[in-house]
Design a protein around this ligand. Structure first.
Ligand code: CMP
Length: 138
């Protein structure tokens, strides 16, 4: 059954000029782009988005990083989209990411790790609703 997930190309990857290459990997893997937009986000917006991580020691640094420059926000669709995107992304820490994954190719560190993808259906629903209005999903 077709499933939607939410993804972000993070500020490190946008700054390095990897937006097109990452989108190509995503499309090559069979994802449809339901919606896409490039924008800068505030630290407050990043804090709301990452609220589940608010008790983590890296929360302040992560939300500062995510609001440090433009990002690309996307809703993606395919069968098994959530798990397939996470496999395509590779491990959170690029040092542990498998060959051929997006993080292996494009990420610099555990924090500046190029791409985000939802980890479960409930988080995908929250994350899509956090950034996109219903009329933006085509
Ligand atoms: P993401 O998939 O967007 O979800 C939470 C983010 O926190 C993660 O990717 C990383 O960018 C960041 N992160 C996770 N673990 C650490 C860590 N140990 N130190 C710094 N940043 C982290």
């Amino acid at each position: 059954m077709s499933q939607r997930t939410f993804s972000i190309i993070k500020p490190d990857a946008v700054r390095k000029g990897f937006t097109g290459a990452i989108l190509a990997e995503i499309e090559k893997a069979g994802f449809q782009i339901v919606s896409i937009k490039k924008q800068s986000i505030s630290k407050k917006e990043a804090e709301g988005f990452y609220a589940v991580h608010s008790a983590r020691p890296f929360f302040d640094s992560l939300t500062t990083f995510m609001s440090s420059g433009p990002i690309v926000l996307m809703v993606l669709e395919k069968e098994n989209a959530i798990a397939d995107l996470r496999n395509l992304m590779g491990a959170t820490n690029p040092a542990n990411a498998e060959e051929g994954t997006i993080r292996k190719k494009f990420a610099g560190s555990i924090e500046e790790n190029a791409i985000h993808g939802s980890d479960a259906p409930e988080t995908a629903a929250f994350e899509i609703g956090y950034w996109f209005a219903g009329h933006e999903l085509v």
